[in-house]
Design a protein around this ligand. Structure first.
Ligand SMILES: NC(=O)c1ccc[n+]([C@@H]2O[C@H](COP(=O)([O-])OP(=O)(O)OC[C@H]3O[C@@H](n4cnc5c(N)ncnc54)[C@H](OP(=O)(O)O)[C@@H]3O)[C@@H](O)[C@H]2O)c1
Length: 294
């Protein structure tokens, strides 16, 4: 497990003072794997009380580690963890979500919790059908940098979700990075193609930069260090500078200079067209997977 990054001012964790969890006694995580662990860790570091969090996780080792590291209540069954919870965070793999929702349907119908699903590709209507009742539901699409507190999460809520519940969802997912609300659920496939799969695109670019420099004779270690730090530096400038990416690019591109020569080569290879085709392919695949789960 990677250690959390020190949050920059614009990527900081919520603090007890700005916590917007109106009733922090009762969040139940169903599934205590990677994503739940990072969200729980971020919430605790942000000031949530351990006593406010319960986790259901079948794996005893994971369960013990969550109890030991964060002091949260752990259960081996979803129903006992979910009993009386105001918020249910569904953090299991998409393949097991149907079983989990049908198992929790009675408990949920009785207490009407806010349901937050982070399962990739499972639509709100599908969750509603599995719970067999109209509940406030928020669907969230986080990405892997959430594991180090630098995630990007797209969120969408159904009409049954109150403003207070939207704020609760934002506070929970926002503990592990940035959140962005979207208004139309079909755009969740675009969010998946942009920020869900996005880290891999940047890893590929760093790989390609490293390969190109090694091919010109730079030692691999030096090439990796320079490419990696360049990626981090450019990312931080994007977040901290507040300028558009186009303006930042123009600022480092002198007419007739080295950067301009490289950008001309990218344009000749239609980099923008290639990126659009890649995002389109990921969006279509996301849609296909969603249909499979429905
Ligand atoms: N990791 C990411 O970067 C990422 C990004 C976006 C979205 N997501 C979504 O987040 C969800 C969780 O991903 P993850 O990476 O955290 O997966 P994970 O590490 O596999 O965690 C899921 C956990 O749920 C447990 N589980 C299975 N059935 C259960 C049940 N009936 N009740 C309670 N717990 C149960 C699993 O135990 P067993 O292993 O014993 O079955 C596992 O420990 C997935 O739906 C995924 O699509 C993840």
């Amino acid at each position: 497990m990677l250690a959390p990054l020190d949050p920059t001012p614009s990527l900081r964790m919520p603090t007890p003072a700005d916590s917007r969890l109106p009733n922090p006694r009762s969040i139940a995580f169903i599934g205590g794997g990677n994503m739940a662990r990072s969200l729980i860790g971020a919430l605790i570091r942000g000031g949530a009380r351990a006593g406010s969090i319960a986790v259901a996780e079948p794996n005893a080792e994971l369960r013990d580690a969550l109890a030991r590291d964060f002091g949260v209540a752990v259960h081996d069954a979803a129903r006992t963890a979910a009993q009386g919870a105001d918020v249910l965070v569904l953090a299991v793999k998409p393949q097991v979500l149907k079983t989990v929702c049908t198992d929790l349907a009675k408990v949920a119908a009785a207490s009407r919790p806010l349901v937050i699903s982070i399962a990739a590709g499972i639509r709100i209507e599908q969750l509603r059908a599995w719970f067999d009742t109209d509940l406030p539901i928020v669907r969230a699409m986080p990405n892997t940098p959430a594991l180090i507190g630098a995630g990007a999460t797209g969120l969408i809520a159904n009409d049954s979700t109150s403003a207070e519940q939207r704020a609760q969802a934002e506070a929970i997912l926002g503990a592990a990075g940035r959140t962005v609300w979207i208004e139309r659920e079909e755009l969740m496939d675009t969010v998946t193609a942009l920020s869900g799969s996005g880290p891999a695109y940047f890893f590929l670019l760093v790989e390609a930069l490293e390969e190109a420099a090694v091919a010109q004779g730079l030692p691999r270690e030096a090439a990796r260090a320079l490419a990696t730090q360049t990626c981090l530096g450019a990312g931080r400038m994007l977040v901290e500078d507040g300028e558009s990416p186009a303006r930042l690019r123009e600022r480092v591109t002198s007419p007739g200079g080295t950067t301009a020569a490289a950008l001309d080569a990218f344009a000749a290879g239609d980099l923008r067209g290639l990126v659009a085709a890649a995002v389109d392919a990921a969006t279509r695949r996301g849609r296909e997977l969603s249909e499979q789960y429905s």
